[in-house]
Design a protein around this ligand. Structure first.
Ligand code: NIG
Ligand code: FE
Length: 427
């Protein structure tokens, strides 16, 4: 049924009239409206406007039967886009968490056979249907905190069969659409070196055996590589991206998490959709990204920062202010995974972005909506509340949009609409 949401106390539209994501000063333009109304037809937004505008709209609109939602005491914003997660995995790593509390670093644990490889072992030993039900449970949690569009990466299989298994799980969950979430898949074969192979052979296998199959079966939109000491280097990423792009996959990159490894050069060379992590990104690399993004022939590279990882691993926070000052569009994501950030709650990440990255509330809201939508090539469908877009929106019971970040650690989200359907209600 069509829906009229009326008298909205505060409507954060994150409206974007340009072809580019929001950067610099525009990163804080959230298109705020008060006493606004939204009309939803066939799952899409057909009207956003003031009371007099609504009158005119209704006078000419064909739709006569519609549900009315009174939002005079509510704040509404676009459904959140979590543009970087690893939500399909088996097992858990709370033992490693305790080892870290006792003084071991993430890298120490990985060297001793833990880390990504311990999750790889668990995934390889888990049949697809069980892996799928584990992942499905997590979707419910994402929805509970307001995520309506979710990127997910493979990378815990590290061989053809198991990488395909993870990608198939994501594709099936997307088709079944149980909690309404759109799921965008990324092939991250180059997440770690499998224990049974050497790096060179594995990079060859990814490039020549796995990529062609992933692409032919249309199992992923993006291709990602983890550039880091003891994982993959820039040459590996260059090879993998060259082949991935030949098969129509769009690059994304994990770089500069623990060491400043300069992955941005590769991201720029291959016109990546985003560069992610960036905890120890250098000013030189920021300047390069800024220069690339200034040239409007290019599609901007989004900087996706993941403050939940810095919090969970006790490592430095990404230079978000410097990125914004240099006109680089910033997105925020959870990086939900069992080793470096075990939370599905994007609202928690927003709190960290405020206190630790010194981002303003408005910058944060664009970073989890429209800019994140750009990072997963979904900007034409979601990420803002505008005529023509999917009706992906969140209704909060709180006095103002700023309250969302101020009142941390609790969930003020009341209901979640995806493509015009009520997909979740918090009681
Ligand atoms: O994004 N950095 C590499 N990959 C993940 C961690 C994965 C894991 O520890 O299982 C990340 O932080
Ligand atoms: Fe990640």
């Amino acid at each position: 049924m069509d829906i009229l949401i009326k008298d909205i106390k505060q409507l954060v539209t994150c409206k974007n009239r340009s072809r580019y994501p929001k950067s610099g000063k525009k990163q804080s333009d959230i298109g705020l409206m008060e006493k606004a109304n939204i009309f939803i037809e066939n799952g899409n937004i057909s009207f956003v406007g003031s009371n007099p505008e609504l009158k005119k709209f209704l006078a000419t609109n064909k739709s006569t039967k519609y549900e009315i939602v009174d939002a005079s005491r509510k704040v509404i914003m676009p459904g959140f886009v979590d543009s970087h997660t690893h939500f399909v995995f088996a097992g858990s790593r709370e033992d490693e968490y305790e080892m870290r509390l006792a003084g071991k670093s993430y890298q120490d644990i990985a060297k001793a056979g833990g880390g990504i490889i311990s999750t790889v072992k668990a995934v390889r030993n888990t049949p697809k249907n069980i892996l799928k039900s584990m992942a499905e449970e997590r979707l419910k949690k994402f929805a509970e905190y307001g995520t309506t569009t979710l990127e997910g990466k493979s990378g815990y299989g590290l061989d053809l069969g198991n990488e395909i298994k993870i990608l198939e799980v994501m594709n099936e969950l997307n088709r079944e659409n149980k909690y309404g979430l759109d799921i965008i898949s990324t092939f991250l074969g180059a997440h770690s070196i499998p224990p049974e192979k050497n790096r060179k052979d594995y990079v060859q296998e990814i490039s020549h055996s796995i990529i062609p199959i992933v692409a032919k079966e249309k199992l992923a939109v993006f291709i990602d590589v983890f550039i880091e000491q003891n994982y993959f280097d820039r040459e590996d990423a260059d090879k993998i991206f060259t082949m991935g792009r030949r098969f129509g996959l769009i690059p994304k990159l994990h770089t500069d998490q623990f060491n400043s490894v300069g992955g941005t050069d590769i991201a720029i060379k291959h016109k990546a959709a985003s560069v992610d992590h960036l905890e120890v990104l250098t000013s030189r690399d920021i300047a390069k990204l800024s220069k690339f993004n200034k040239n409007k022939v290019n599609r901007s590279i989004i900087a996706t920062v993941l403050p939940g990882v810095s919090y969970f691993l006790n490592i430095p926070y990404a230079p978000a202010r410097e990125l914004i000052q240099n006109n680089i569009p910033v997105a925020l994501a959870t990086d939900f995974n069992p080793g470096s950030c075990m939370t599905e709650n994007l609202q928690m990440i927003m709190s960290l972005a405020s206190l630790k990255l010194k981002m303003k509330a408005e910058e944060i809201l664009n970073a989890v909506t429209i800019n994140a939508a750009f990072a997963v090539n979904m900007e034409n469908k979601t990420g803002s509340i505008e005529k023509g877009k999917q009706a992906d929106l969140l209704i909060f019971d709180m006095p103002s949009y700023k309250y969302l970040i101020y009142n941390f650690g609790v969930n003020n989200l009341e209901s979640v609409y995806k493509k015009g359907k009520l997909v979740h209600k918090n009681t």
